[in-house]
Ligand binder design. Sequence first.
Ligand SMILES: Cc1cc2nc3c(=O)[nH]c(=O)nc-3n(C[C@H](O)[C@H](O)[C@H](O)COP(=O)(O)O)c2cc1C
Length: 257
Amino acid sequence: MSKVKIFAPVEEKERPAIEAPITDAESFHAVVDSRRSVRVYAKDPIPPEVMDACLDAALKAPNSSNLQAWEIHHVVDAKKKAALVEACLSQPAAGTAPELVVFVGRPDLWRRNNRWMIEAFDKAGNVPDGAYQYYRKITPLVYDQGALGWRTPFKWILTRWRGMSRPYPREPIGKWGMRIWAHKSTALACAHFMLAMRAHGFDTCPMEGMDSARVKGILGLPRQAVVTMVISAGKRAEGGVYGPRLRFDRQHFVHRH
Ligand SMILES: Cc1cc2nc3c(=O)[nH]c(=O)nc-3n(C[C@H](O)[C@H](O)[C@H](O)COP(=O)(O)O)c2cc1C
Protein backbone atom coordinates (compact mmCIF):
# COMPACT_ATOMS: atom_id res chain seq x y z
CA MET A 1 0.00 0.00 0.00
CA SER A 2 1.19 3.54 -0.67
CA LYS A 3 2.35 5.95 2.03
CA VAL A 4 -1.10 7.54 2.12
CA LYS A 5 -2.84 6.62 5.38
CA ILE A 6 -6.35 5.39 4.78
CA PHE A 7 -7.90 6.99 7.82
CA ALA A 8 -5.54 9.83 8.64
CA PRO A 9 -7.20 12.25 11.07
CA VAL A 10 -8.47 15.48 9.53
CA GLU A 11 -7.10 18.68 11.12
CA GLU A 12 -9.66 20.39 13.32
CA LYS A 13 -9.49 23.61 11.32
CA GLU A 14 -10.44 21.64 8.20
CA ARG A 15 -13.58 20.20 9.77
CA PRO A 16 -16.81 22.18 9.33
CA ALA A 17 -19.05 22.41 12.41
CA ILE A 18 -22.13 20.37 11.53
CA GLU A 19 -24.36 20.19 14.56
CA ALA A 20 -26.47 17.16 15.45
CA PRO A 21 -30.11 18.30 15.23
CA ILE A 22 -32.53 17.32 17.97
CA THR A 23 -34.49 14.23 16.99
CA ASP A 24 -37.50 12.37 18.31
CA ALA A 25 -36.56 8.86 19.44
CA GLU A 26 -40.15 7.94 20.24
CA SER A 27 -41.30 8.61 16.67
CA PHE A 28 -38.34 6.71 15.29
CA HIS A 29 -39.12 3.64 17.39
CA ALA A 30 -42.79 3.87 16.45
CA VAL A 31 -41.71 3.64 12.81
CA VAL A 32 -39.33 0.73 13.45
CA ASP A 33 -41.84 -1.15 15.59
CA SER A 34 -44.72 -0.77 13.15
CA ARG A 35 -42.75 -1.73 10.03
CA ARG A 36 -43.85 -5.18 9.03
CA SER A 37 -43.49 -7.16 5.84
CA VAL A 38 -46.83 -6.81 4.12
CA ARG A 39 -47.98 -9.58 1.81
CA VAL A 40 -51.35 -8.17 0.75
CA TYR A 41 -51.97 -4.53 -0.08
CA ALA A 42 -55.08 -2.39 -0.30
CA LYS A 43 -55.73 -0.56 -3.56
CA ASP A 44 -54.81 2.90 -2.16
CA PRO A 45 -52.17 4.56 -4.32
CA ILE A 46 -49.01 6.10 -2.92
CA PRO A 47 -48.87 9.84 -3.73
CA PRO A 48 -45.93 10.56 -6.07
CA GLU A 49 -44.45 13.07 -3.62
CA VAL A 50 -44.35 10.39 -0.90
CA MET A 51 -42.71 7.98 -3.31
CA ASP A 52 -40.11 10.61 -4.19
CA ALA A 53 -39.44 11.49 -0.55
CA CYS A 54 -38.87 7.81 0.28
CA LEU A 55 -36.59 7.27 -2.74
CA ASP A 56 -34.59 10.31 -1.62
CA ALA A 57 -34.40 8.88 1.90
CA ALA A 58 -33.01 5.65 0.43
CA LEU A 59 -30.25 7.60 -1.30
CA LYS A 60 -29.24 9.14 2.04
CA ALA A 61 -28.22 5.75 3.43
CA PRO A 62 -24.66 5.35 4.62
CA ASN A 63 -22.61 3.64 1.94
CA SER A 64 -19.10 2.40 1.43
CA SER A 65 -16.61 5.17 0.61
CA ASN A 66 -19.65 7.26 -0.31
CA LEU A 67 -19.32 5.76 -3.78
CA GLN A 68 -23.08 5.17 -3.98
CA ALA A 69 -22.71 2.02 -6.03
CA TRP A 70 -26.45 1.50 -6.22
CA GLU A 71 -29.42 2.16 -8.46
CA ILE A 72 -33.12 2.24 -7.68
CA HIS A 73 -35.45 1.18 -10.46
CA HIS A 74 -39.02 2.29 -9.83
CA VAL A 75 -41.08 0.22 -12.24
CA VAL A 76 -44.16 2.10 -13.41
CA ASP A 77 -44.73 0.73 -16.91
CA ALA A 78 -47.71 -1.70 -16.74
CA LYS A 79 -46.10 -4.32 -18.98
CA LYS A 80 -42.80 -4.25 -17.13
CA LYS A 81 -44.63 -4.34 -13.82
CA ALA A 82 -46.55 -7.45 -14.85
CA ALA A 83 -43.29 -9.09 -15.95
CA LEU A 84 -41.67 -8.11 -12.67
CA VAL A 85 -44.51 -9.63 -10.65
CA GLU A 86 -43.97 -12.86 -12.59
CA ALA A 87 -40.22 -12.67 -11.95
CA CYS A 88 -41.08 -12.30 -8.25
CA LEU A 89 -42.69 -15.73 -8.58
CA SER A 90 -46.14 -14.08 -8.58
CA GLN A 91 -45.97 -13.59 -4.82
CA PRO A 92 -49.01 -11.71 -3.48
CA ALA A 93 -46.57 -9.24 -1.91
CA ALA A 94 -45.67 -8.26 -5.48
CA GLY A 95 -48.94 -8.92 -7.29
CA THR A 96 -51.17 -6.83 -5.00
CA ALA A 97 -48.69 -3.95 -4.60
CA PRO A 98 -49.38 -0.52 -6.10
CA GLU A 99 -45.63 0.15 -6.37
CA LEU A 100 -42.61 -2.01 -7.12
CA VAL A 101 -39.04 -0.84 -6.70
CA VAL A 102 -35.90 -2.78 -7.51
CA PHE A 103 -32.75 -2.01 -5.55
CA VAL A 104 -29.67 -2.81 -7.57
CA GLY A 105 -26.00 -2.83 -6.61
CA ARG A 106 -23.59 -1.54 -9.25
CA PRO A 107 -20.08 -2.69 -8.28
CA ASP A 108 -19.08 -2.05 -11.89
CA LEU A 109 -19.73 1.69 -11.53
CA TRP A 110 -17.34 2.40 -8.66
CA ARG A 111 -14.80 4.02 -11.00
CA ARG A 112 -17.33 6.40 -12.57
CA ASN A 113 -18.63 7.39 -9.15
CA ASN A 114 -15.07 7.80 -7.90
CA ARG A 115 -14.48 10.25 -10.74
CA TRP A 116 -17.70 12.07 -9.85
CA MET A 117 -16.44 12.38 -6.28
CA ILE A 118 -13.20 14.02 -7.36
CA GLU A 119 -15.14 16.32 -9.68
CA ALA A 120 -17.46 17.25 -6.80
CA PHE A 121 -14.42 18.05 -4.66
CA ASP A 122 -12.97 20.21 -7.45
CA LYS A 123 -16.25 22.07 -7.64
CA ALA A 124 -16.63 22.49 -3.88
CA GLY A 125 -13.05 23.68 -3.37
CA ASN A 126 -11.37 23.71 0.05
CA VAL A 127 -11.46 19.91 0.31
CA PRO A 128 -8.75 18.52 2.61
CA ASP A 129 -5.89 16.90 0.75
CA GLY A 130 -6.50 13.64 2.61
CA ALA A 131 -9.92 13.32 1.02
CA TYR A 132 -8.46 13.81 -2.46
CA GLN A 133 -5.76 11.27 -1.70
CA TYR A 134 -8.39 8.79 -0.58
CA TYR A 135 -10.18 8.91 -3.93
CA ARG A 136 -7.05 9.26 -6.03
CA LYS A 137 -4.91 6.58 -4.40
CA ILE A 138 -6.76 4.41 -1.90
CA THR A 139 -10.04 3.61 -3.65
CA PRO A 140 -8.30 2.39 -6.84
CA LEU A 141 -6.16 0.09 -4.70
CA VAL A 142 -9.11 -1.26 -2.79
CA TYR A 143 -11.76 -1.55 -5.52
CA ASP A 144 -9.89 -2.17 -8.76
CA GLN A 145 -9.93 -5.96 -9.22
CA GLY A 146 -8.39 -5.76 -12.72
CA ALA A 147 -9.90 -6.80 -16.05
CA LEU A 148 -11.62 -10.18 -15.57
CA GLY A 149 -10.49 -9.99 -11.95
CA TRP A 150 -6.81 -10.73 -12.70
CA ARG A 151 -5.70 -8.93 -9.52
CA THR A 152 -7.75 -11.25 -7.28
CA PRO A 153 -5.06 -13.85 -6.39
CA PHE A 154 -2.44 -11.13 -5.88
CA LYS A 155 -4.79 -9.17 -3.62
CA TRP A 156 -5.57 -12.32 -1.68
CA ILE A 157 -1.90 -13.08 -1.08
CA LEU A 158 -1.01 -9.44 -0.34
CA THR A 159 -3.90 -9.09 2.12
CA ARG A 160 -2.94 -12.18 4.06
CA TRP A 161 0.74 -11.31 4.06
CA ARG A 162 0.27 -7.70 5.18
CA GLY A 163 -2.44 -8.71 7.63
CA MET A 164 -0.07 -11.01 9.50
CA SER A 165 1.86 -8.15 11.08
CA ARG A 166 -0.75 -5.36 11.33
CA PRO A 167 -4.42 -4.57 10.84
CA TYR A 168 -5.13 -4.53 7.15
CA PRO A 169 -8.47 -4.17 5.32
CA ARG A 170 -9.34 -7.62 3.99
CA GLU A 171 -12.30 -6.95 1.74
CA PRO A 172 -13.41 -6.60 -0.97
CA ILE A 173 -11.39 -9.14 -2.94
CA GLY A 174 -12.33 -10.19 -6.46
CA LYS A 175 -15.49 -9.74 -8.47
CA TRP A 176 -17.61 -11.63 -5.91
CA GLY A 177 -16.14 -9.48 -3.16
CA MET A 178 -17.20 -6.41 -5.10
CA ARG A 179 -20.72 -7.80 -5.41
CA ILE A 180 -20.93 -8.26 -1.65
CA TRP A 181 -19.49 -4.77 -1.26
CA ALA A 182 -22.28 -3.27 -3.39
CA HIS A 183 -25.00 -5.40 -1.76
CA LYS A 184 -24.07 -4.16 1.72
CA SER A 185 -24.61 -0.49 0.94
CA THR A 186 -27.64 -1.15 -1.26
CA ALA A 187 -29.28 -3.15 1.54
CA LEU A 188 -28.93 -0.11 3.79
CA ALA A 189 -30.67 1.98 1.14
CA CYS A 190 -33.45 -0.64 1.20
CA ALA A 191 -33.84 -0.26 4.96
CA HIS A 192 -33.99 3.53 4.64
CA PHE A 193 -36.67 3.22 1.98
CA MET A 194 -38.82 0.82 4.00
CA LEU A 195 -38.61 2.89 7.18
CA ALA A 196 -39.35 6.09 5.26
CA MET A 197 -42.44 4.45 3.73
CA ARG A 198 -43.64 3.49 7.20
CA ALA A 199 -42.99 7.00 8.47
CA HIS A 200 -45.36 8.23 5.74
CA GLY A 201 -48.00 5.67 6.78
CA PHE A 202 -47.29 3.15 4.00
CA ASP A 203 -45.92 -0.37 4.04
CA THR A 204 -43.42 -2.51 2.23
CA CYS A 205 -42.19 -6.03 1.66
CA PRO A 206 -38.59 -6.81 0.73
CA MET A 207 -38.30 -9.75 -1.65
CA GLU A 208 -35.42 -11.94 -2.67
CA GLY A 209 -37.85 -14.64 -3.67
CA MET A 210 -37.40 -13.67 -7.32
CA ASP A 211 -35.52 -14.62 -10.45
CA SER A 212 -32.71 -12.06 -10.48
CA ALA A 213 -31.66 -12.91 -14.05
CA ARG A 214 -35.18 -12.19 -15.29
CA VAL A 215 -35.39 -9.03 -13.18
CA LYS A 216 -32.16 -7.81 -14.76
CA GLY A 217 -33.54 -8.65 -18.19
CA ILE A 218 -36.73 -6.64 -17.57
CA LEU A 219 -34.71 -3.63 -16.44
CA GLY A 220 -32.07 -3.94 -19.14
CA LEU A 221 -29.26 -4.21 -16.58
CA PRO A 222 -25.76 -5.38 -17.44
CA ARG A 223 -24.28 -8.68 -16.23
CA GLN A 224 -22.23 -7.04 -13.46
CA ALA A 225 -25.27 -5.46 -11.78
CA VAL A 226 -26.63 -7.29 -8.74
CA VAL A 227 -30.26 -7.28 -7.69
CA THR A 228 -30.23 -6.74 -3.93
CA MET A 229 -33.96 -6.81 -3.39
CA VAL A 230 -37.27 -6.04 -5.00
CA ILE A 231 -39.41 -4.01 -2.60
CA SER A 232 -43.14 -3.70 -2.95
CA ALA A 233 -44.95 -0.78 -1.37
CA GLY A 234 -48.48 0.35 -0.64
CA LYS A 235 -51.05 0.49 2.14
CA ARG A 236 -51.47 -2.73 4.04
CA ALA A 237 -54.79 -4.49 3.49
CA GLU A 238 -56.65 -5.91 6.45
CA GLY A 239 -54.92 -9.19 7.17
CA GLY A 240 -52.00 -8.12 4.97
CA VAL A 241 -49.53 -8.92 7.73
CA TYR A 242 -49.51 -12.64 8.26
CA GLY A 243 -48.98 -12.73 12.03
CA PRO A 244 -47.38 -11.07 15.03
CA ARG A 245 -43.70 -10.21 14.74
CA LEU A 246 -41.49 -13.11 15.77
CA ARG A 247 -37.91 -12.60 16.87
CA PHE A 248 -35.70 -15.07 18.75
CA ASP A 249 -34.35 -14.06 22.13
CA ARG A 250 -31.89 -11.18 21.88
CA GLN A 251 -29.36 -13.09 24.02
CA HIS A 252 -28.55 -15.24 20.95
CA PHE A 253 -27.67 -12.25 18.85
CA VAL A 254 -26.41 -9.41 21.00
CA HIS A 255 -23.01 -10.16 22.46
CA ARG A 256 -20.90 -8.06 24.77
CA HIS A 257 -17.13 -8.31 24.64
C1 LIG B 1 -33.42 -10.01 2.04
C2 LIG B 1 -34.85 -10.32 2.36
C3 LIG B 1 -35.58 -11.10 1.51
C4 LIG B 1 -36.93 -11.36 1.75
N1 LIG B 1 -37.67 -12.05 0.82
C5 LIG B 1 -38.99 -12.17 1.01
C6 LIG B 1 -39.80 -12.73 -0.01
O1 LIG B 1 -39.33 -13.08 -1.09
N2 LIG B 1 -41.12 -12.83 0.20
C7 LIG B 1 -41.71 -12.41 1.37
O2 LIG B 1 -42.93 -12.53 1.51
N3 LIG B 1 -40.96 -11.87 2.36
C8 LIG B 1 -39.63 -11.73 2.20
N4 LIG B 1 -38.86 -11.12 3.16
C9 LIG B 1 -39.51 -10.64 4.38
C10 LIG B 1 -39.13 -11.49 5.58
O3 LIG B 1 -39.78 -12.73 5.51
C11 LIG B 1 -39.50 -10.72 6.84
O4 LIG B 1 -38.72 -9.57 6.91
C12 LIG B 1 -39.30 -11.54 8.10
O5 LIG B 1 -40.17 -12.64 8.13
C13 LIG B 1 -39.52 -10.70 9.35
O6 LIG B 1 -40.80 -10.12 9.37
P1 LIG B 1 -41.03 -8.54 9.47
O7 LIG B 1 -40.35 -7.93 8.28
O8 LIG B 1 -42.52 -8.35 9.42
O9 LIG B 1 -40.42 -8.06 10.74
C14 LIG B 1 -37.53 -10.87 2.93
C15 LIG B 1 -36.77 -10.08 3.80
C16 LIG B 1 -35.46 -9.79 3.51
C17 LIG B 1 -34.70 -8.87 4.43
